[in-house]
Design a protein around this ligand. Sequence first.
Ligand SMILES: N[C@@H](CCC(=O)N[C@@H](CS)C(=O)NCC(=O)O)C(=O)O
Length: 230
Amino acid sequence: MAKVVQLMGHREVSPRVRRVVRDSDYSWGGNTMMNLYSGTTDPFSHRCRIVLYEKGMDFQVIDVDMLNKPEDIAVINPYNRVPVLVDRDLVLYESNIINEYIDERFPHPQLMPPDPIMRARARQLLFTFEQELFSHVIGLEKNLKAADKLRMHVRDRLIELAPIFAKQKYMLAEEFSMLDVAIAPLLWRLEYYGIELPKSAAPLMKYAERIFSRQGFIDALTPSEKVMRR
Ligand SMILES: N[C@@H](CCC(=O)N[C@@H](CS)C(=O)NCC(=O)O)C(=O)O
């Protein structure tokens, strides 16, 4: 099958290489750039794409067809899931682990707090997001029978977060951080998952729009994600 390599937008105005390989031949780690194996509608892959685009270094995103997942994914990730990052000899899975690695390799702009106490708190909150929000997102992605219950749970947790944004711009105060990266794919998918928030959550939606207007966020969206929100 022919390999389709699509070169993305800004290449003319920037020396960075941001290639999206579609319908690819999955040649693992065959070059010196970071390669992200990413699902085109997968919220966890979306997180990693956001970090790559926010950092603005050279990388390659390889679209994985989740309906026809290549067997090789199981070779590089024993859990047989995306995202997977291949950086020369290093192979990493789990979106938050991948993102922390990218953040440490390319420290500008720094997305994890520099202070150890704040960093530990950020990690704790990342864990809470997984427990309270993203473990349910997996059920919504699969459209499980219990989806309505999951929607209610996610909606209630998000409503609880809303007051934070009446006082501050981002999750950890005034600067965009890894916590904003982690939650953004869910906020982008609310309509797609059929989650409706009440008016009292307006500060949260204003916060979401703030993230959505960032260039790194816009650049990270795949064509399938772009049409998830009207
Ligand atoms: N905790 C993992 C979750 C990754 C995950 O669940 N990925 C899903 C996509 S939504 C996947 O690859 N599932 C395997 C499949 O659909 O075959 C992370 O943060 O990376």
